[in-house]
Write a protein that binds this ligand. Structure first.
Ligand code: GLC
Length: 488
C-alpha cells in the first residue's frame, strides 16, 4: 500500500509541500492513527510505503522560514538562492508548467528556485547538512517500520551548479537539460540505497519525471546496476502509448531491453497526476473489456504491478466543474488544462450517498457513475472488473511463474494481439491479449496439454483444456498454462 503524502502541509499541492516531515496532517488523523495503520497492515501481511518528497519543502517549513530571513543565516544555503543577473532572473529554467522557476523574495531581494509552485522551494542537495537532515528523517520512518518509499521526482534532486541556461526549445527531447537528471543524482541514490540496505526488506521506487512520451532508458538508468540505486523506477511510457498491440509491444520490449541486469521492472497505468487508465485509451468505447485486458497485462507482466485506487473497479476520470477545481494547476490553466482532480475523486464503495466514502461531503465530487461502478455491487457481479482483478491476483499468487518467470514476446506484426510467454523451470504460461475490435486467431501456441487458466470473458467460455486454434473475441485476454516437459 502506497500512501501519497500524509505529512503536515499547507496543502498548496495536496501535500507535496511539506512543512513537517515527521508530523501527520490532522486531515489524515494523528501519528497514533498512522502507527495503528502500520500495525494492522503488517498483521495482515500488507506492507506500507510512504511518499518521500526530497526535492522541495513547503515555504512554511521552518528551514525555509529561517533560510529566507537573511542572506547570512546558517540555513540560507539549504535552498537555491541567486541575486539575479543584471536585475533579471538568474536563468531561463522553467517550472513543470512552463513558468519561470525563480521567485524574487522580498525579505532579501534574491531569487529562490522552485521546480513546482513558488510555495515549494527546492532544497540545495549540494549542502551536506540537507542530506544529513533528510537521511535522519528517512531513518525515523524506517525505525517506525515503514516498508518503503516512493521517491517523488527522484531525477530532479540536483541542478547544474553553474545554472547554465537550458536550450530555448526542443521539439523531440526534454529541454530540461541542466535542471534535471544531473550526474550527482546517481551518487545520491547510491547513498540512499546503502542506507535502505541497512534495514532488511525495505524498498524504493522512484518517480522519474519526464514530459510525454516517457523515457524508459532514462528511468532505468536510476536503477544503476540493478542492485545499487533505486529498486524500481516508474516509467510512464505505457501511459502515453496508443491503444494497439504493436505500440504496446514496442514500448514493452524496449522497457525490458533497457533495464539493467538484475534490475526489477514495475508497471503502472494510472496515477494521481496523469489520470486513469480507462480514459487514456479511446474510452468510453468497450471500456470494461479494455479495463480487463489492462488488468491482465498489468498482473501477468514480469514486474511489480501498481494499481491506482479505483482502477480495480474501472473507475473513470470525472469532469470537475470549474467552481470545484482544487488542483491549483487546474485553477491557473483553466480551460486549457482542468487539473489533476479528475482522477482524485472519492473511492466508490457502494451506492449510498457520497458512494459510501464518507458521511460528510467530500472535497471533490463523486463520479456520477457510482451507483453502478462501486465495490459492493461489483463484488457480487460475476464478470465485473473487480472480480477479474481478484481472479488475476489469485492466479498470480498461485502461479509463481507469473511472479518470477522470465518473459519473452512472441509478437507478430499486424496480428492485432499481443502474445508473450512466462517461463520457470517447472511451468510455462502464455498470455494473449486482443487489442483489436475483431475476432483474432492466435498462432504459435503449444497445442497439447495446455490449459486455459484465465480468460477475461468467462461468461462465454469456461477455463479448462484449451482448444486450438485459439480464438480471441474483441479485447479478450487469455492466460494459458502448461507444465514443462522439456526440462533436463
Ligand atoms: C510529483 C507528484 C505530483 C506533485 C509533484 C511535486 O510529480 O506526483 O503530484 O505535484 O511531484 O511534488
Amino acid at each position: 500500500m502506497w500512501l501519497s503524502p500524509i505529512y503536515a502541509s499547507p496543502l498548496v499541492d495536496e501535500g507535496y509541500d511539506i512543512s513537517d516531515y515527521t508530523a501527520i496532517h490532522p486531515r489524515y488523523g494523528t501519528m497514533e492513527d498512522f502507527n495503528r495503520l502500520l500495525e494492522e497492515a503488517h498483521s495482515r501481511n500488507i506492507r506500507v510505503m510512504i511518499d518521500l518528497v526530497l526535492n522541495h519543502t513547503s515555504v512554511l517549513h521552518p528551514w525555509f522560514t529561517e533560510a529566507r530571513s537573511s542572506t547570512t543565516h546558517a540555513r540560507r544555503d539549504w535552498y537555491i538562492w541567486h541575486p539575479g543577473r543584471k536585475g533579471r532572473k538568474p536563468n531561463n529554467w522553467l517550472t513543470n508548467f512552463g513558468r519561470s522557476a525563480w521567485k524574487r523574495d522580498e525579505a532579501t531581494g534574491e531569487y529562490y528556485y522552485h521546480s513546482f509552485f513558488p510555495e515549494q522551494p527546492d532544497l540545495n542537495w549540494r549542502n551536506p547538512e540537507v542530506k544529513k537532515a533528510m537521511f535522519n528523517m528517512v531513518k525515523y520512518w524506517l525505525a517506525k517500520g515503514v516498508d518503503g518509499f516512493r521517491l517523488d521526482v527522484a531525477n530532479m534532486l540536483f541542478k547544474e551548479e553553474g545554472l547554465t541556461n537550458n536550450p530555448a526549445w526542443a521539439l523531440v527531447s526534454d529541454r530540461n537539460v541542466y535542471n534535471r537528471n544531473q550526474p550527482e543524482v546517481y551518487e545520491l541514490l547510491r547513498a540512499f540505497r546503502r542506507l535502505l540496505d541497512r534495514y532488511p526488506g525495505r524498498v524504493s521506487i522512484g518517480e522519474i519525471y519526464v514530459p510525454p512520451p516517457g523515457n524508459s532508458r532514462l528511468a532505468a538508468s536510476f536503477m544503476g546496476n540493478g542492485q545499487d540505486m533505486l529498486h524500481m523506477a516508474f516509467d510512464f511510457t505505457l501511459i502515453f502509448t496508443r491503444w494497439s498491440a504493436c505500440a504496446f509491444y514496442q514500448a514493452l520490449s524496449k522497457y525490458y531491453r533497457v533495464l539493467p541486469g538484475g534490475g526489477w521492472p514495475c508497471f503502472v497505468f494510472s496515477n494521481h497526476d496523469l489520470g486513469r487508465a480507462v480514459n487514456h485509451y479511446l474510452f468510453p468505447i468497450d471500456k470494461e473489456k479494455k479495463a480487463k485486458l489492462l488488468a491482465t497485462l498489468l498482473l501477468t507482466l514480469r514486474g511489480t504491478p501498481f494499481i491506482y485506487y479505483g482502477d480495480e473497479i474501472g473507475m473513470c476520470n470525472r469532469h470537475i466543474p470549474r467552481s470545484r477545481i482544487r488542483d491549483r494547476y487546474g485553477r491557473l490553466l483553466y480551460p486549457f488544462y482542468t487539473g489533476r482532480d479528475k482522477a482524485r475523486t472519492p473511492m466508490q464503495w457502494d451506492n449510498t450517498s457520497h458512494a459510501g466514502f464518507s458521511p460528510a461531503s467530500p472535497w471533490l465530487p463523486v463520479h456520477r457513475n457510482y451507483r453502478q461502478c462501486n465495490v459492493a455491487s461489483q463484488q457480487v457481479q460475476e464478470g465485473s472488473v473487480f472480480t477479474h482483478y481478484r481472479k488475476l491476483l489469485q492466479l498470480r499468487r498461485e502461479l509463481p511463474v507469473l511472479q518470477q518467470g522470465t518473459i519473452r514476446f512472441l509478437y507478430k506484426r499486424q496480428a492485432g494481439y499481443l502474445l508473450y510467454e512466462r517461463t520457470t523451470d517447472e511451468k510455462c504460461c502464455w498470455i494473449a491479449l486482443n487489442f483489436s475490435p475483431f475476432v483474432r486467431k492466435v498462432t504459435g501456441l503449444p497445442e497439447n496439454e495446455a490449459m486455459v487458466v484465465y480468460h477475461s470473458s468467462d461468461n462465454r467460455r469456461m477455463c479448462g483444456r484449451a482448444t486450438f486454434p485459439l480464438r480471441l473475441f474483441p479485447y479478450e485476454a487469455v492466460v494459458i498454462g502448461k507444465e514443462r516437459t522439456d526440462r533436463k
